[in-house]
Design a protein around this ligand. Sequence first.
Ligand code: ADP
Ligand code: MG
Length: 258
Amino acid sequence: TTPKSLPLRVNNLRKEFGGITAVDGATFSVEEGSLTGLIGPNGAGKSTTFNCITGVHEPTSGSVHFRDEEITGESPHRIAQRGLVRTFQIARELEEMTVLENMMLAPGGQSGESATRSVLPGLRSGVVAEEESVRERAWETLEFFEIDHLAQELAGNLSGGQRKLLELARALMTDPDVMLLDEPFAGVNPTLEEKLLDRIHELRESEGLTFLLVEHDMDLIMENCEHVIVMHQGRVLDEGPPEQITQNEEVIEAYLGG
Ligand code: ADP
Ligand code: MG
């Protein structure tokens, strides 16, 4: 069998904040078309890893390769253009805009903490991208997540779960091929969680999207991921199929022992 390609490779990644080492030499890769889980106790360095991969933080050392090109330290905007995106919480400024406006601002506005910065100049001058193709894609994506009936609602009025759907929908506007999801089900009710998971699997099947998912719920990881990476204290403690990593004493210890 031919080995699958690895669109995302993280090598010896390190990130320090002052005296704190948030990521301490993490090495892993993500297989094409997979739904890979990234788990680990609070403070293990999962979110910081995502931030280093997507250009929100500049790594202290180590490298990130996307489709065999080194992207370490590139801007979030450039990385998103390459097709590697993460979801971001709806920024306060965007709560006062409608769901549809949020969707139409999304291309190029997927820069995390700086999303507001890249979006605000447009906001101030009242410019919202008007290209018909963008509008069409926005509607299609809202329909896909079954939130098109909320298109004219202010984003700030959405429920927690609806917000999560919008966050995912916005990220999809950039037409990614690898998506990083950091606890996308937090605060989402079971019905909506099912819907989100269905959409994720559907995107894998129909568009060949690859997902790296940070999630606490081990049952959800076991049922949905074919590969799991376990982080602990900034490093990769173990990785493999879920049935394997849950047998690892060290992994059990890291969870139960904090
Ligand atoms: P996880 O997402 O696995 O819970 P994080 O990546 O958020 O872990 O955090 C890893 C460690 O890095 C924690 O000790 C956290 O306090 C620290 N940390 C994360 N972001 C920052 C930051 N911007 N400044 C200082 N310390 C940070
Ligand atoms: Mg986190």
